[in-house]
Design a protein around this ligand. Sequence first.
Ligand code: ADP
Length: 355
Amino acid sequence: KGTADAFPTPGAVADVRVSTRDVNAKAHAIYEGVKPGDPLSFSLRAPSLLEAFDRVCSTGKEERISWIEKVPTETWYEAHIAPIYMPGSANSGRTHLPDFILVVIQDLPENRRLERMRTDFVAYASHELRTPLASLTGFIETIQGPAKNDPEAQDRFLAIMLDQAGRMRRLIDDILSLSRIELKAHVRPVTVVDLAEIVRHTADALSPLARDLEVDIRISLPEGPIRLRGDRDELIQVAENLIENELKYGSSGKYVDVSLSLMDTAENPPMCVFAIRDYGEGIPKEHLPRLTERFYRVDVESSRALKGTGLGLAIVKHILTRHRARMDVESEPGEGATFKIYLPALEEAEDNAVS
Ligand code: ADP
């Protein structure tokens, strides 16, 4: 066993040429490829880690950085990268450069993870708001200056400005919605609602949009109600976001199928499945695990053009967590996308008591 095995967490020692000298078993478990003698960069793919490593090599100053690995599951890591100076080494005294570099990796603790998510979110949100704001300011200046006496141009610019203001409003609405839901993330809803009625109501409300996009919504609902404990407004928001996404991003498929049913298993409480399917272009596989991240969009331009904020599915995910529900997304490129939601329905005895 080498020095690195003395660490409680994954760690490695490398020399300044970034050749791995010593690596412990825990690091080996995460990064299979790390072998003494090989460049550390072979296996540590995280670019921010490698950049920090280079900085420590050249400055001789310690660094602490964090990053997220997306595969196989989302994991947040933090690394301490520190220089080691060997007394009496050939190098010592001649330069300030370290003889070796020590890398110690650990899972980012929960509180630091939340802190990082919060700062990322604020940075993203401000960035998203700044773009329409810059456009508004630009047009105001144009109307005050070059287009001062050009009513036709003014009309055109005012229409764009209204559009940009609308985009800012949608962003702010979604950000507030997300933070309200987060506040009650751990409080389970108590009211009993009928999901069949909610789905029917939402599909009706979206029929004008469907008509505009020339998409047919085909609905298949059970005869009777499907009762569960839930927040009506929030479940409407879930159905609305999902059906609207399929209408917008899947409009080339001409149909959107919305169905609701109780699963045919002996489970208690019984599970109900709310499935929404489109026949559009679908979503490439590598994007599927990230769709519910805030501001994550497969294609930023098309999302903007379709009045998206990138927050819809993040809101859906938070509402579902509160409802003890889960969501599955399946998609093959060219074959459309299916979003399936599994929600616990009322237990039979309870359901009989309500009806
Ligand atoms: P947005 O406000 O951009 O619609 P969402 O969080 O609702 O944000 O969705 C995130 C991204 O997922 C969208 O920008 C789009 O790229 C992709 N997406 C969602 N639903 C579908 C779908 N049915 N077909 C293809 N892409 C989809």
